[in-house]
Design a protein. Structure first.
Length: 293
């Protein structure tokens, strides 16, 4: 698993990175009897990450972040991950967790899910690997549908509520610009509005995967699609404005990730992405220029 491979152990401390993800395709299918929705998506890691330090301590769970507005108790998914680890394994011990957030919060980039995944992996390594990779993945979905993916990373096709993963042909390394407009989007409301749409369009995920296997960039751009974007853009036209501006700066493709509001754009040339990044940074706080990972 990518997170385990990136984790560094120094005595009683684990140090690691939890990476952001984007959705290359995202389709919302039928609503299940448990209230969740069946999804079909292809996810990709990008090289934007939070820094995670986990110390093995005698008892208790202590959590600190660099963002004052984030909860540091059981309302934080990283705290929940630590508690779940100790409750599941029965290990008597504790964790001191420090998270330096770089990934914007509530942005459609799975920042919180990645933090939870990193805490689970770190504690498992610090406490002698009581859980196998399969057991960790099975456990992680209890925290959130994106958490298993955040452990594995790379290019993955996901079904179910997003927890059934299948590795696919790796997405090409591309300069990517991420811009988060300062709007708040309710994921629950998006699902409700999609449910009420008489005939919502659907992405052609199979066609995208075929294009990915053929390394046909033009076809990939034609088949990347996020059904949630249609709803979010109606409510928040700024999303469409950011997409268009990215394309004006030379992005070969732009789209919203997850439930938003982050918009990403792929560029063929880094210098064009850099020029776009400078322009967006004059208007928005959360602007990140990096690569797909």
């Amino acid at each position: 698993m990518k997170l385990a491979e990136d984790m560094v152990i120094n005595g009683r401390r684990a140090m690691g990175r939890s990476y952001a993800k984007i959705n290359l395709t995202l389709d919302v299918l039928e609503k299940r009897s448990d209230g969740y929705h069946e999804l079909e998506t292809v996810m990709q890691t990008v090289n934007l990450f939070d820094l995670i330090l986990v110390d093995r301590i005698r008892d208790g769970i202590r959590l600190m972040t660099n963002l004052k507005f984030l909860p540091n108790d059981s309302k934080n998914i990283a705290y929940q991950a630590a508690k779940l680890f100790f409750d599941t394994t029965g290990i008597k011990g504790g964790a001191k967790i420090r998270i330096h957030k770089n990934i914007p919060v509530a942005a459609g980039l799975a920042g919180g899910s990645g933090n939870a995944a990193a805490v689970l992996v770190a504690l498992n390594m610090l406490y002698g690997v009581p859980l196998s990779d399969e057991e960790l993945l099975s456990l992680s979905v209890r925290l959130g549908a994106d958490v298993p993916y955040c452990m594995v990373g790379g290019t993955q096709s996901a079904t179910g509520i997003g927890e059934i993963l299948r590795p696919v042909t790796h997405f090409p390394k591309k300069p990517i610009l991420l811009v988060k407009p300062s709007v708040n989007i309710s994921t629950a409301e998006i699902y409700q509005k999609i449910d009420n749409e008489p005939r919502p369009p659907h992405p052609t995920t199979a066609e995208f995967l075929s294009a990915l296997e053929e390394n046909n960039w033009e076809k990939m751009c034609e088949t990347m699609f996020n059904v949630m974007e249609l709803v979010s853009e109606k409510e928040h036209p700024i999303i469409g404005s950011v997409k268009k501006k990215m394309q004006d700066f030379g992005a070969s493709f732009s789209m919203m990730s997850g439930s938003g509001s982050t918009v990403f754009g792929f560029f063929d040339h880094y210098r064009d992405a850099e020029r776009a990044s400078r322009a967006f940074s004059q208007q928005y706080q959360d602007v990140f220029l990096t690569y797909t990972n």
